[in-house]
Write a protein that binds this ligand. Structure first.
Ligand SMILES: Cc1ncc(C[n+]2csc(CCOP(=O)(O)OP(=O)(O)O)c2C)c(N)n1
Ligand SMILES: [Mg+2]
Length: 363
């Protein structure tokens, strides 16, 4: 039966194993802990809408808690898709559409290629089903790269606008090495990473507070992770990628008294002066344009550099891809903030442009 493995937040490496043993596509969110390997499909969110890919799925094996995209929720809500949830150790399981046909508290040995708990069967030979997903994922990733390379905002846009949030996520993803840790903020950063973070087998550890997808407490989370990393010599760089409102919500987390340990942490803030995610949702429709900016965009004009100075934290403002790449490659010691000036006005259009380019390439 054409099956896809959905690896939501906290799914763990077993999700990847299940996909590889059975020759199924792996739709893995950044904080799934299941990233990597030949079956992880880049940009899967855009492939779910296609008849020959998402439309052909008849069974979804769900691990962890998927929260990032409507196409995944739509897949799990479909009448013609059997939903099998695996919630190891009897953890509470997510089932937003209330459609789970089966909930298993353990991973069935045969799903991970074990007949009696010891004998491991080889990873499935590639079949037409997984080959179709791999080919489409590769194509989609290449097309997305091309759109992001084409310029900050594609055809017709002035060349001197700041970089896009998607470009920032791609730059951060490229800067992260295996062994690094990336704390990723709610809102667009985690979704951008989900779209552009094609790491192959070189994925860093990605952590996110997906509980209620809050934008609160994320600076403190990143500092806590960086403090813990001091005890873990195998960990490389610790970075965080946050939106500006997410950063401002917990900017007090930067405060560390002189008697406290200061870990090494690079906080990248994609500053588009407001909440750009709402532009991609219903709120961003043309009929709400008169109230959008004040109610949902919520620009603030805050001076991040001065805030950082107040907390004694290094700050650098970067305005283009090259400056960003340099800053990411040289995090330096202690806590630092890399503020990236990001364009908010074209967020919705660029998302649509990417989706259209992928559709065109796969048609
Ligand atoms: C504590 C909390 N308050 C409000 C929200 C609703 N919310 C979701 S995304 C968002 C905007 C986030 O803006 P930013 O961090 O700048 O990211 P962007 O959308 O611009 O990428 C808000 C207010 C939330 N998720 N959590
Ligand atoms: Mg923002």
């Amino acid at each position: 039966m054409p099956t896809a493995v959905v690896a939501g937040d906290g799914a763990g490496p077993v999700a990847r194993r299940i996909a590889e043993v059975n020759g199924w596509p792996l739709l893995a969110e950044p904080s799934s802990g299941a990233l990597g390997g030949p079956n992880a499909v880049p940009a899967y969110r855009l492939l779910l809408a296609r008849d020959e890919l998402g439309g052909a799925v008849r069974r979804a094996v769900v691990l962890g808690r998927p929260t990032l995209s409507r196409p995944v929720q739509a897949l799990l809500a479909r009448d013609d898709v059997e939903v099998l949830v695996i919630a190891p150790r009897g953890a509470t399981w997510p089932d937003a559409a209330r459609r789970a046909g089966t909930v298993l508290a353990d991973v069935p040995p045969r799903l991970v290629g074990e007949s009696d708990g010891t004998a491991v069967t080889p990873v499935a030979q590639p079949g037409p089903w997984i080959e179709r997903w791999r080919a489409a994922g590769e194509r989609a990733a290449a097309v997305i790269d091309a759109v992001l390379d084409a310029g900050a905002h594609g055809p017709g846009a002035p060349g001197d606008l700041p970089v896009s949030g998607q470009q920032v996520a791609r730059a951060v993803a490229r800067a992260c090495r295996p062994g690094d840790v990336l704390v990723i903020g709610s809102s667009n950063p985690v979704r951008d990473l989900d779209l552009v973070g094609a790491w192959g087998d070189a994925a860093p550890t990605v952590l996110a507070n997906r509980g209620l997808a809050g934008i609160d407490g994320t600076v403190s989370t990143a500092l806590g992770v960086a403090l813990a990393a001091r005890e873990a010599p195998e960990v490389g760089h610790v970075r965080a990628l946050l939106g500006d409102l997410t950063f401002l919500h917990d900017v007090g987390g930067l405060l560390g008294g002189p008697l406290e340990a200061r870990p090494d942490l690079q906080v990248v803030v994609a500053n588009d002066d407001g909440g750009s995610i709402f532009a991609t949702l219903e709120h961003g429709a043309a009929e709400h344009a008169d109230v959008f900016e004040r109610v949902f965009g919520t620009p603030h004009g805050a001076d991040l550099g001065s805030l950082c100075a107040g907390y004694g934290v290094r700050h650098v403002l970067v305005r283009d891809k090259d400056e960003l790449a340099v800053a990411l490659a040289t995090p330096g010691p202690g806590v630092s903030v890399v503020e990236v000036a990001v364009d908010r006005t074209r967020r919705r259009a660029l998302g649509e442009q990417i989706a259209a380019a992928v559709t065109q390439a796969l048609d």
